[in-house]
Ligand binder design. Structure first.
Ligand code: ZN
Length: 198
């Protein structure tokens, strides 16, 4: 015998596919949703559908955006010759929050991890190399200071070196293993200002 009716079971099953949501959490969320006002449920559902439908990768920097170009890439007042390479859109947001960086970004959507089987082709590295054929002055590698982040930084710097473009790495003021998004703005700026050329 089924514990829950088909539709509730289906909702629980769908929710439990989300990262970090186990069966128990999925059940709790499902019953919460069922008790929410119908209007709110519809807002939640359409927010998900709209985001999924309209959010895409920025044509330049690969961050997530609902336009062809993200606000930074679109901006005329940014220095488009300085590219900061970050692992994900959250890191991009963390640097943007400081309001002190005036270059542009490149979002890799991950880091190289031989252990997890993530190679250079699984992240947005090819897109970065394509951008470097344009007018670029400096590439600042701001991947995390985790093993994966360092591996990625090393790999990228080796790729870029022959092009003659300046490559730098943010200072190691960023705690080892620390996700960039959890670091305060002062530390982030110090890491950026103290970057060293590779
Ligand atoms: Zn962009």
């Amino acid at each position: 015998m089924e514990y829950y009716s088909g539709q509730i079971a289906k909702l629980i099953e769908e929710l439990s596919r989300l990262p970090g949501i186990g069966t128990k959490s999925a059940q709790r969320l499902a019953f919460h949703i069922i008790n929410m006002p119908g209007e709110q449920v519809e807002q939640l559902a359409s927010a998900m559908v709209d985001a999924r439908k309209n959010i895409r990768y920025c044509r330049e920097c690969c961050t997530l955006t609902d336009q062809e170009l993200c606000p930074v890439c679109r901006s005329q007042s940014r220095d488009h010759r300085t590219i900061m390479v970050v692992e994900n859109p959250r890191d991009y947001a963390a640097y943007e929050k400081t309001g002190k960086y005036d270059g542009v970004y490149h979002v890799l959507h991950g880091a190289i991890s031989p252990m997890l089987g993530i190679g250079p082709n699984e992240i947005r590295l090819k897109e970065l190399m394509q951008r470097l054929q344009g007018d670029v002055n400096e590439v600042i590698i701001a991947t995390n200071s985790s093993l994966e982040g360092e591996t990625t930084a090393m790999y990228i710097s080796k790729l870029i070196k022959p092009t003659g473009i300046k490559v730098s790495r943010i200072a190691s003021g960023v705690p080892v293993g620390g996700d960039l998004e959890n670091i305060d703005e002062v530390t982030l700026l110090r890491a950026l200002e103290g970057r060293v050329e590779l």
